[in-house]
Write a protein that binds this ligand. Structure first.
Ligand code: UT7
Length: 346
C-alpha cells in the first residue's frame, strides 16, 4: 500500500499585522514633466488629478525601496525579520529578469528563514500578493508573510510620450500578514482577462531589441540611432473605460464575498491610477460620504504595484484609517488583471 502523505495546516484566520512605505524624496512637478511633452499642469490635473510624482535617485533600486518599506512593516507588526517565512514582492520594474528581487530584499532585511519570489500582476500585484499571503498563512506554508509592492517607473517611463509621461511614479509599500484570532482578510476576488493584454504593455519585447542590435552589428554601418527602448505603453482611454465600467462590479463581489454591505465599509483604497476613476468607482458603489477614500494619486501619481500599500499606509499614518476599521482594497491594470479584498485595518 502506498504511504499517505503528511499535510500541513496553518492558522484559522489571518490579518495584516503591520504596514510600511517608502516615498522617494525627489518631488517632480507637472511643470517639470511638461518640459519634454506638449501638455500643461492644468490638463494633467484636470484629466488625472495628478499634481506631483516622486522619483527615486538613479542609484536607488527597486530592492532598496522595497527593503525600506519592508523594515517599517516588520517594525509596525512587532515581529523580527527572522519570523518572516515568505517574502512576496510584486513589481513590473525590477530591471533584472533574473534573479528575482524578493530574495535580495529578504537578504537585505535579514529575513534569513524566508522563501522569496516575485509576482507580476502590475497594478493588481499587491492585492494578488495579499491573497496568496492569506492562503499561505492559512495553509501553514508560512507563519508570517511579507507582501511588498514596489515600482521604479523612472527607469521605464518614456519622458517624451505625452500619453504616459505624467502618469507613473516611484515608491514602495509593504504589509506583514500573519495569524489572527478573528478573520482579518476576507476571501479575495481575483480575475484576469488576457484579451486586453495589449492595453498596458512593455512597448516591445527584449528579443526585438536584441534582433535590432544584431542587425546593426551585421550591417557594419555607423548607427544613426539606437534600437528603440522598451518603455511602458498604454491605451489610456480604453483602460480608463474598462476600469470605470468593470471594476465597480469587482468591488461589489469583494464586499459580498466578505459577507458585508457597502454601508459596513470605513475605508476604500482603490488602485491610484486616476482621480476620475477613483471618483467614478466611489459613485457607482454609492459609498456613504463618511467612508474615507484614498486619494494619494494627487501626490505620488500611479505607482502600479506600490499604489495600494502606499495609499493605505498613508491613511493609517494620518489617522484617517483607524485600527479595527474595515477597508476595501482593490488593484487593477495590466494583464488585464484585478484583485480585491476587505481587510481589518491593523
Ligand atoms: O495603472 C493601470 C491602470 N491605468 C489606468 O487606469 C489609466 C487609465 N487612463 C487614464 O487615466 C486616462 O486615459 C489618461 C489620463 C491617460 C488620459 O486621459 P483621457 O481623458 O483619456 O485623454 P485622451 O487620451 O482621451 O486624450 C484627450 C485629448 C486628446 O486630444 P483630442 O484628440 O481630443 O484633440 C489628446 O490628444 O487630450 C490630448 N492629450 C493631451 N493633451 C495635453 C493626450 N495626452 C495629453 C497630454 N497633454 N499629456
Amino acid at each position: 500500500m502506498t504511504a499517505r502523505l503528511a499535510q500541513r495546516r496553518g492558522a484559522e484566520f489571518t490579518r495584516i499585522h503591520g504596514l510600511g512605505d517608502y516615498r522617494p524624496r525627489r518631488v517632480v512637478t507637472n511643470a517639470e514633466i511638461c518640459e519634454l511633452i506638449d501638455s500643461s499642469d492644468e490638463w494633467i490635473k484636470d484629466r488625472s488629478g495628478i499634481a506631483t510624482r516622486l522619483q527615486a535617485e538613479p542609484q536607488e533600486s527597486v530592492v532598496d525601496m522595497a527593503a525600506e518599506a519592508a523594515r517599517q512593516a516588520i517594525e509596525a507588526a512587532g515581529i523580527s525579520a527572522t519570523d518572516v517565512g515568505l517574502v512576496l514582492l510584486a513589481t513590473v520594474t525590477h530591471p533584472w529578469q533574473t534573479p528575482a528581487a524578493a530574495p535580495m530584499v529578504a537578504h537585505a532585511i535579514g529575513a534569513t528563514n524566508a522563501s522569496a519570489f516575485d509576482l507580476s500582476a502590475a497594478c493588481a500585484g499587491f492585492c494578488y500578493g495579499l491573497a496568496v499571503a492569506d492562503d499561505a498563512v492559512r495553509a501553514g506554508s508560512a507563519e508570517y508573510v511579507l507582501v511588498i509592492g514596489v515600482e521604479k517607473f523612472s527607469d521605464f517611463r518614456d519622458p517624451q510620450d505625452r500619453s504616459t509621461a505624467f502618469i507613473f511614479g516611484d515608491g514602495a509599500g509593504a504589509a506583514v500578514v500573519g495569524p489572527s484570532q478573528t478573520p482579518g482578510i476576507s476571501p479575495s476576488v481575483l480575475g484576469a482577462d488576457g484579451s486586453g493584454a495589449m492595453q498596458i504593455f512593455q512597448s516591445r519585447p527584449w528579443t526585438e531589441v536584441r534582433r535590432d542590435w544584431e542587425e546593426m552589428a551585421r550591417s557594419g554601418a555607423v548607427p544613426t540611432e539606437l534600437p528603440a527602448w522598451p518603455y511602458i505603453a498604454m491605451e489610456g482611454p480604453s483602460v480608463f473605460r474598462w476600469a470605470v465600467y468593470s471594476m465597480a462590479p469587482v468591488a461589489k463581489q469583494a464586499i459580498a464575498a466578505a459577507g458585508l454591505q457597502v454601508s459596513d465599509l470605513d475605508v476604500f483604497v482603490p488602485h491610484q491610477a486616476n482621480m476620475r476613476i477613483i471618483d467614478a468607482l466611489a459613485k457607482q458603489l454609492r459609498l456613504p460620504p463618511e467612508v474615507v477614500v484614498a486619494r494619494d494619486v494627487v501626490d505620488v501619481a500611479n505607482t502600479s504595484a506600490a499604489s495600494v500599500p502606499l495609499a493605505f499606509t498613508r491613511l493609517v499614518r494620518e489617522g484617517q484609517a483607524k485600527s479595527g476599521d474595515l477597508a476595501l482594497l482593490m488593484g487593477f491594470g495590466a494583464g488585464l488583471a484585478w484583485a480585491a479584498q476587505v481587510v481589518v485595518v491593523p
